[in-house]
Design a protein around this ligand. Sequence first.
Ligand code: AQP
Length: 332
Amino acid sequence: RPRALSGIQPTAGSFHLGNYLGAVRQYVALQDTHDAFYMVVDLHAITVPQDPAELRANTRLAVAQLLAAGLDPQRCTLFVQSHVPEHAQLAWVMNCLTGFGEASRMTQFKDKSAKQGADRTTVGLFTYPILQVADILLYQADAVPVGEDQRQHVELTRDLAERFNGRFGETFRVPAPHIVREVAKIYDLQEPATKMSKSASTPKGLVNLLDEPKATAKKIKSAVTDTGTEIRFDREAKPGVSNLLTIYATLTGTSVPELEARYEGKGYGALKTDLADVVVEFVTPFRARTQEYLDDPETLDSILAEGADKARTVAAETLAQAYEKVGFLPAK
Ligand code: AQP
């Protein structure tokens, strides 16, 4: 079976609809076709300041949400990044193979650091794509399920894998991004030209999966739509309506043309009211399942302990090979 690897940050509060549709849904699907490794990336989380107690709680919350979304520890390896020290150990080697200019071209870093200002931007945020390279290469991943915003980081991973292999001999599998075009970028409900994101979105434009369903329904009903009345998918001319159609189609398994036909002659109001129901139907059991996992920390911890064991077995083997190739003297 091919390997898949991905990670998600332990965000305060909850995952948003963009995380779920762009990434987590694909994690769930790939369990059936791939030897899949998924982790909560707490090392990445500390690239911006974190309260220690909150970070711990958010890490559990992220694991509970992944389970609630359908990850099954019998069919995938689910773990917390900091439980596998090999990530940081390989990242150093990868740091030393990356050009400063090359790292400076990462658009996510440019965007985030511009927002934070130079004094508040950490070196960790600058090198986080390189940690991500190590995350992926340690597992010899073939496929990396992510949203469009992460494509450049997977490209960097490919470049560094090839560079390492070229310099030291065949060591790493060169991975490919697994990006589902239709849902690769879910947009802010209020600013449909902007990616839905925990840091950039307007509060009304961001759908957090664990929010009160009533509040979520209200956000959907007050989503910005476009001038005109026709319900038609057109990313350029109708970004708001197109975003709603994408969300609707993906959550219900209906095709966009079917939805266009169903809503022909009806107004935006009808689409938004129905979509609000669809989203509420999705988030209500999702919240309940997440809470069930949170209420059972022993089960959660044993899933993570088993996951870390399985992950370390693979990661340690790859790290040993890489260290040997680089020329580090083996410890006796
Ligand atoms: N709007 C989105 N549409 C599709 N996919 C998305 N992802 C994030 N936003 C969208 C994908 O979700 C996965 C996990 O993301 P992360 O934990 O790395 O968080 P992030 O990318 O930092 O998420 P945000 O909300 O976009 O955070 P900020 O505001 O900090 O940038 C990834 O695969 C990502 O592509």
